[in-house]
Design a protein around this ligand. Structure first.
Ligand code: NAD
Length: 557
């Protein structure tokens, strides 16, 4: 820990092969908690905000210090309990049990509203954990880049099928922690991108980390740059500093119809995540503090304007989709009755992958040495040979992705492959081919870990969108399997009242015990996706269950 400019506290994960905790699992949790708050990684580390509106890693700096102390003292047969960013208990368990169990932002159903959450937060009783913020497995914008890339590729195909030669440029908004991955994902997928962002500091961060190519604030010049790069066949990404609620309708007025249209402001949290049109950032901060009710009303009115422009572009032939921030609900509340004519990205492009147990598998080199990630990249390609898309992705990622904080990697892997790769990483550690253990985790946005009717479980075949038992079973099953830390959260990417979801992390430390835990957990976890979707009647999931021997009891003879 050091003290930065103006006395702000700066934390960064320890590196290297020496640890300060009693075991590597505790050390991994300690390093990942620090890594989440590394200024290179977090969006607003001074406030402990990692990403996604107000997604935090610990409730306060005081709570952070207590967690760090407990992790340092935690024995190999103990488990630390963390309640919304505060260490609240430590019990003797056993070596195969998780070292940390976390619960974030959970509220009883009837009380699950933003107003009640904020009341309790102001009393110091809870914090917003988002998905990977409060569960200590955020890896910067890379964490979403492949999912965004896959989504954009699928959307481009859908557009090109309707408009031959189409799918050449993307309009989006919000270049924050997750949204900032969009310009890079677009160019990786061979498309130009115009990204509208209200906060110049966020644009600066994306330029610094090479997630966006250039900033042009003049709309005419920005459009020229996008269209020129499309024509030259050398897609570029342009950030424009402005309010999406102004820029989107202006594009409609000018008759400009992008090929793909989405947006990723933090609309799930209308008080913090969306700046109403007509206000500077300073005026927005002042209104937010002075009159939160008025602020939310103006933010939602802005969302309505933006969504109505998206609907107009959809009518003119654009491929328009909601990218998982619940903007449709807020826009509808403000009067955009047709908001749900815009499809969500999961039913439109991703559910088929979920049915195969595929999702955002990620890992981090605790050594801090980028060479270790290159070693893991090779291990992935050896463990899963013959997958051309995977090879292309890893090669692109090596060329294009700048690490933030501890070096890490993401790639979507399915049932069977996740366990194979986990075992391969454990072997790398055992054989000393990497300098320290590897942490393996995933987003809560995965195939079998979330109940979220406006996102991951929107429009389920059997109508089970709001059934949250699956997410709870996921956390329990991963705990039983011996994950290193397991978390259960509420709210996440779509806000209070709208989702329940579970996270898991498992450490490959090269031991035989880790090998057994990895095999169990990395089989159970994606297996949950298969059984969840088989239960809902998806044919792909039923077929994959049968082919891979995943037992679905009520279907078994
Ligand atoms: P963030 O808080 O880091 O960034 C939001 C950005 O939107 C900020 O940079 C902010 O300045 C900008 N913004 C706000 N109002 C604006 C406006 N009117 N016009 C232009 N820009 C505006 O959030 P994030 O981590 O980037 O997440 C964005 C959203 O995506 C959240 O709602 C999050 O929950 C959701 N999310 C989606 C996925 C997914 O897979 N699709 C995954 C994670 C998070």
């Amino acid at each position: 820990m050091t003290t930065g400019e103006q006395g702000a506290r700066v934390v960064r994960a320890p590196r290297g092969s020496e640890r300060s905790c009693k075991g590597w699992i505790q050390e991994a949790a300690l390093r990942m908690l620090h890594n989440n708050l590394d200024p290179e990684v977090a969006e607003r580390p001074d406030d402990l905000v990692v990403y996604g509106g107000t997604g935090k890693a610990a409730r306060s700096w005081e709570a952070f210090d207590v967690i760090v102390r407990e992790l340092r003292e935690l024995a190999d047969d103990e488990t630390l309990l963390v309640q919304s960013g505060k260490a609240v208990g430590r019990f003797r368990t056993h070596p195969d049990a998780p070292r940390v169990l976390l619960a974030n932002s959970n509220l009883v159903g009837r009380w699950a509203t933003w107003d009640e959450f904020r009341r309790l937060e102001a009393l110091g009783l809870t914090m917003y954990g988002q998905m990977t913020a409060g569960s200590w497995i955020y890896i910067g914008s890379q964490g979403i880049v492949q999912g965004t890339y896959e989504t954009f590729v699928a959307a481009r195909k859908a557009h090109a099928a309707r408009a031959p030669g189409g799918g050449r440029w993307v309009l989006t908004a919000g270049l924050g922690g997750m949204g900032g991955a969009q310009p890079l994902a677009a160019t990786m997928a061979g498309m130009a991108c115009l990204g509208v962002e209200i906060d110049p500091a966020r644009i600066e961060k994306r330029l610094r980390t090479r997630y966006v190519d250039e900033r042009i604030d003049d709309l005419d010049r920005a459009l020229d740059a996008v269209l020129e790069s499309v024509q030259r066949g050398a897609p570029r990404s342009i950030a424009l500093c402005g309010n999406a609620a102004d820029v989107y309708p202006e594009l409609v007025r000018r008759g400009v119809t992008p090929d793909l249209v989405t947006e990723q402001t933090a609309a799930h949290d209308p008080l913090v995540g969306y700046v109403p049109p007509g206000l500077t950032l300073e005026q927005a901060a002042e209104l937010r503090a002075r009159d939160p009710v008025e602020y939310v009303a103006r933010a939602k009115a802005g969302m309505r304007r933006e969504v109505e422009a998206m609907l107009a572009m959809q009518r003119r032939g654009a491929e328009v989709f909601d990218y998982g921030n619940n903007i449709r609900t807020c826009a509808m509340e403000a009067g955009a009755e047709d908001a749900f004519a815009i499809p969500g990205f999961v039913p439109a492009y991703v559910r088929e992958l979920f049915c195969q147990g595929k999702g955002p598998f990620r890992w981090v080199a605790l050594s801090g040495d980028p060479e270790d990630i290159l070693a893991t990249d090779r291990a992935v390609l050896e463990a899963v040979p013959g997958d051309a898309d995977l090879r292309r992705w890893i090669e692109l990622a090596e060329q294009k992705i700048a690490f933030q904080g501890l070096p890490s990697r993401i790639c979507w892997l399915g049932y069977g492959d996740r366990a194979k790769v986990g075992l391969a990483f454990n072997e790398l550690v055992r054989a000393g081919r990497v300098k320290a253990p590897i942490v393996i985790g995933r987003d809560h946005l995965d195939c079998g870990s979330v109940a979220s009717p406006f996102r991951e479980t929107e429009a389920m075949k059997d109508g089970s969108d709001a059934i949250a038992d699956w997410a709870i079973l996921n956390a329990l099953a991963n705990t039983a399997g011996g994950a290193s830390w397991v978390s259960f959260h509420h709210g996440g990417g779509v806000g209070i009242g709208n989702s329940l979801h579970a996270g898991m992390v498992i450490v490959a430390d090269g031991t035989e015990a880790a090998r057994q835990r990895l095999e169990r957990v990395l089989t159970i976890d994606p297996g949950m996706g298969i059984i969840r979707h088989a239960d809902a009647g998806y044919e792909t999931a039923c077929r994959v269950a049968e082919e891979k021997g995943v037992r679905v009891p009520h279907r078994a003879g």
